[in-house]
Every structure is written in structure tokens, then in C-alpha cells.
Design a protein around this ligand. Sequence first.
Ligand SMILES: Cc1cc2nc3c(=O)[nH]c(=O)nc-3n(C[C@H](O)[C@H](O)[C@H](O)COP(=O)(O)OP(=O)(O)OC[C@H]3O[C@@H](n4cnc5c(N)ncnc54)[C@H](O)[C@@H]3O)c2cc1C
Length: 398
Amino acid sequence: MSFSAPPPAVVPLLPESAPFTAEQRAWLNGFFVGIFAPGAGTPMPIPPDALAALTQSGDLAPPEGLEPQGNADADDGAPWHDPSMSLEDRMNLAEGRPLRRRLMAAMAQQDCGQCGYVCETYADAIANGSEKRLNLCVPGAKTTLRAIKTLVEETSAPPAKAEPATSTMIPAKAHAPAPKPLGYARETPVEVTFLSRRKLTKEGSEKSAYHIEFDLEGSGLDYAVGDSFGIYPENDPALVDALLAEIRAPADFPILDRSLRDVLLSDVALNSAPDALFQLLSYITGGDRRQKAKQLALGEDPDGDAAHLDVLGAFEKFPGVRPDPEALIECLDALQPRLYSISSSPKVTPGRVSLTVDHVRYNIGERLRHGVASSFLAERAREGTKFRAYVQKAHDFA
Ligand SMILES: Cc1cc2nc3c(=O)[nH]c(=O)nc-3n(C[C@H](O)[C@H](O)[C@H](O)COP(=O)(O)OP(=O)(O)OC[C@H]3O[C@@H](n4cnc5c(N)ncnc54)[C@H](O)[C@@H]3O)c2cc1C
């Protein structure tokens, strides 16, 4: 098996010798991601001990899934746990190890917590069958997803079966995962209310950072200094309308009991075009276009533009294609929540939570691209806008 992908960018982080506890370092590192990282949204590596504390990694169910968990590999030192290493090198280091270790090597090694786990516990959960979603590694993106799928398909378990709108599932002798507390996990968000935003950076500054406030009243949410706040954003309506126009699909096309436009706004990711979308395009095009779509579906890059193809960009590349709206939705990934380090203290502003958010914007060709969540917070949310949100706890923050 061979995997190749460019090594992920590594962003400097607070050294372990810095005068902070592990949990404080984790919180600060997350905060720095948003404010200082080039192309924020590519989280930096956070020390595993700190991130283990940030997530509820103790919930792993007993070994009944794809592979029993033993402790034979417990002291293997995970030499692949280095975000600057290429995927290919990581997989080579894990070659011959149990599935759960090879799955761990496939993760982006950033321990960013966005999946609700750290790299090791997410891999364990897939291997033991308690986690069926294979596509939660945000920094690993499509290359990690492809590697995980390959590993899962290579096991003796029945092959993975695609599920609609992201939940790439694996059949396994899986037991139900432990229920997550309401409002304290990405799976159990509650409703919170957007209160206000205030721009922190000066006009003309290269970065645009905002102080954002939410009202937690009625949500049942509580937090402590050091926790992170997860929010489910909505896509930019202008982007959704441009996509509908490109594929000439009616906004009110019914998808179950909702409209196509509504599903595109709030359910599916419109950034990086998934392999499944190119597969769909290969079914409904012909000739050279079909060959290109097939190559893109396999992770190849025939025209050197694959890294920049979002969903609209994919349809612009194959103009005139009109997919069936339901098939389109089934090909797209679910819109993922984003984490933000909480910058308020419940003692100072009880019932409210504040965030410091960098507005992600960048140009690809002629089109200005906007970060989904940061632009929702920085531009589109209005006082009273409801968000689905959760608190990701950082335990034992000193
Ligand atoms: C634990 C944790 C804490 C965090 N805390 C904070 C915080 O306090 N404040 C904060 O602002 N953020 C924070 N982040 C980051 C935050 O979660 C989001 O990732 C960030 O806001 C971007 O999300 P988005 O939806 O706006 O952008 P997305 O729609 O996710 O787009 C971001 C993606 O756009 C692409 N991109 C960005 N710039 C470029 C470019 N120049 N060229 C090409 N592609 C580019 C990259 O692929 C990047 O991954 C934190 C993350 C973690 C994991």
C-alpha cells in the first residue's frame, strides 16, 4: 500500500517548558491558531497530554469492533506522531502494527480535538467499532480519509459502505457509543443566541479579528476558563445561490421535508470538493471530462488545481453538468462544527461566552473565499441569530 501527501504545515506552539499547565498550553495554542496561524483553520499540534484532557477520551467502548484492543502496542512510542511527517512516512512507520495503530498513523497527528477525540483515541474508536464516522479528521482532510478508508477496507471486516452526507460508515460488530452529555459534545449541541461582535483590529490591518459574544440563557451550558466553544456554522447564502445557479437547480427542490437551498446552507460542506463528488461527475460526463473526473475521484491532480476545487469550483470545472439534487447532497460531506477558545470568564460575565475570532479570507483565482464559520460570525450573524453550539471541556484548568 502506498500513500503520498505533502507534509502538513506545522505552526510553532508554546514549548512544554513554558510556565503553563498542559491545559493552559492547549487553550492558548488553540487561541493562537485562530489569531496568528497563516490560513487559520489548520490547527497546530497541541501536546497530547493536554489534548487528552480536552477531550472525553475515557468513553471508549470495550473491544468489539474491527479489531480487539490489546496492550501489546501500548509502549510502541507512536513514532509517527509527528505532524511534520508525510503521510507516506507515517504509514511506513506503522506498517505491520495492529489496525488501530495504522489508523492512528493516518490521522494528521495534530491532536486538535476537532473530531471530539485526540488522534489516538479517534483511531481506537474506529478500530473497535464505536465510531462509525471516518471523515472527522479536519486537518488530515481528504488524504487522511482516503488512508482510513483503505485501511478499513483492507481488514477482514466487510467493506465500508458509503452513507449519505458524510457519515462514511463502517459496518462492524459495533456497540452503541456511550451517550454524550447534552451540550458538551459535538454530537449533542444545544441552541445559543448570538449577541454581538466588535472589531478588534484597526481598519487597513492585514487581519480582521472580532470579539464575539453569545448568550447562553436557556441552553443549560456552563463553562470554565480554558474550555473551548464549538459552533455549527451556516454556509454563505451567496455561495449557495451561486452553486444553485451553476447547476441550474431549483432552490425549492424538495430534499425529504426541506428545500435543497436549506440543506445546502446548513447541512453540507461546500469547501473542499469530496472524492464522491468527482465520482458522481464521472458518471454524468463523457470523454476527457469523464477521465479527469475519475482521476480527481482517485485523488489525482490532472490539471494541478485539485487543492483549490471547492464544490462550486468543481462544477465550474465541468460546466453545464446538472446533477440530480439528491445525488449531489449524498456526495457531499457534512458541515463540521468549528472550535474556538473561550476568552471570557463565567465569573465576570455569567451566562455569556466570548470568543476572539479571526475572519478567514483568501483569494483563489478571481474568487474571494471566506472561512465558513469565521465569516458567519464576523459578517452574517445578527443579534438574536440562533446557533447550535457545545462546550468542549478542558479538565482541571488551574
Ligand atoms: C482547539 C481549537 C481552538 C481554536 N480557537 C480559535 C480561536 O480562539 N479563534 C479563532 O479565530 N480560531 C480558532 N480556532 C480555529 C477555528 O476552529 C477555525 O478553524 C477557523 O475559524 C477557520 O474556520 P472557518 O470555518 O472560518 O474556515 P474554513 O471554512 O474551515 O476554511 C479554513 C480553510 O481554508 C483554507 N485556507 C485558509 N487560508 C487559505 C489561504 N490563504 N490559501 C488557501 N487556503 C486557505 C485552509 O484549507 C483552511 O483550513 C481553533 C481551533 C481549534 C482546533
